[in-house]
Design a protein around this ligand. Sequence first.
Ligand SMILES: *[C@@H]1O[C@H](CO)[C@@H](O)[C@H](O)[C@H]1NC(C)=O
Ligand SMILES: *[C@@H]1O[C@H](CO)[C@@H](O)[C@H](O)[C@H]1NC(C)=O
Ligand SMILES: *[C@@H]1O[C@H](CO)[C@@H](O)[C@H](O)[C@H]1NC(C)=O
Ligand SMILES: *[C@@H]1O[C@H](CO)[C@@H](O)[C@H](O)[C@H]1NC(C)=O
Length: 290
Amino acid sequence: MIEMGLVQMLQSGTGHSASLRMEVTLFFPLLLLICSHSTAQPQPESDNDLTPVGDNQTRQPANVSLATSTCPQDIHAVLREMSGLLGEQRVELRHLQQENDAQAAKLRELEKLQRELGKLSQQVKEQAGELTAIKAGTNVTEHQVEALRRDTEVKRVAFTAALASDRTTIGPFNTDTNLVFRQVITNIGNAYNPNTGSFTAPVKGVYHFELHIAAHGHPSYPSSAWLVRNGHVICIAYEHQPSYFGSSANGVTLLLEVGDVLFLRLQTNARVFDNEHNHSTFSGHLLFTM
Ligand SMILES: *[C@@H]1O[C@H](CO)[C@@H](O)[C@H](O)[C@H]1NC(C)=O
Ligand SMILES: *[C@@H]1O[C@H](CO)[C@@H](O)[C@H](O)[C@H]1NC(C)=O
Ligand SMILES: *[C@@H]1O[C@H](CO)[C@@H](O)[C@H](O)[C@H]1NC(C)=O
Ligand SMILES: *[C@@H]1O[C@H](CO)[C@@H](O)[C@H](O)[C@H]1NC(C)=O
């Protein structure tokens, strides 16, 4: 019981004043206990006698004086033993105090490290944010470069196609008929489709178109074709003579939207001729984008 009490006291003790008070409060109940044993007059012991924490210290002197009056002669031997014990406790307390100081220093060191860690993690967060921003910026740059590349590509648009490669007369028909210029001479940007005869604007811009329509003369049949944009007539190339050979031409500059469709349409009752010399042609060029 005594040793357990001591250990408890040693473990709970902090600071010099606390350890001194502890020694005093320990001393009296111990002395009382020993005296009680040595007089061979067992008294009921309560735990309170060995647990000074919260004990009312004002009563101690009364109990001590009571105990002293019943102590035997060898009280000095007991006291020596006690003071030896107390000396050991002081040493142990100092040791504990040193350990306590060392741990407090370690704790301060740890707190410092924790603060530094916090700062570092904050920095890492900030840098991650910056990295994301940089990545996004790179992405934007890549997209701009790609857009510029596409832009440059679609800026190259030019075509010329002839109606036929060998002797051919188309018409007359009793209705307007779309013409397909199948002999591609130039088709930069592939905006002209030689299977349908249609040109589709790949980019908004200003374009120039030309149509050259040739045919043998005939009393009843003129030579004529419309340039048609999105189903609406823009201009015509027309010529009518009763004999020999004739050709007509027209040209126009147009502001087109992306996807605008243009083609040539043979007029009702008209004829158009071509051979390997490319008499009848349809041309278009992008002048500049808008
Ligand atoms: C200590 O004793 C005083 C006087 O006897 C009393 O007023 C007080 O309540 C006691 N305190 C405790 C914690 O027992
Ligand atoms: C100490 O003395 C008080 C009164 O003086 C008494 O009530 C108490 O029981 C005593 N304690 C012991 C352990 O003798
Ligand atoms: C880049 O941009 C594209 C399209 O805007 C998007 O799909 C992609 O997730 C972006 N990449 C990054 C790394 O932001
Ligand atoms: C007519 O165009 C074709 C391409 O479709 C070409 O091969 C040919 O040489 C051209 N004819 C003449 C006379 O220029």
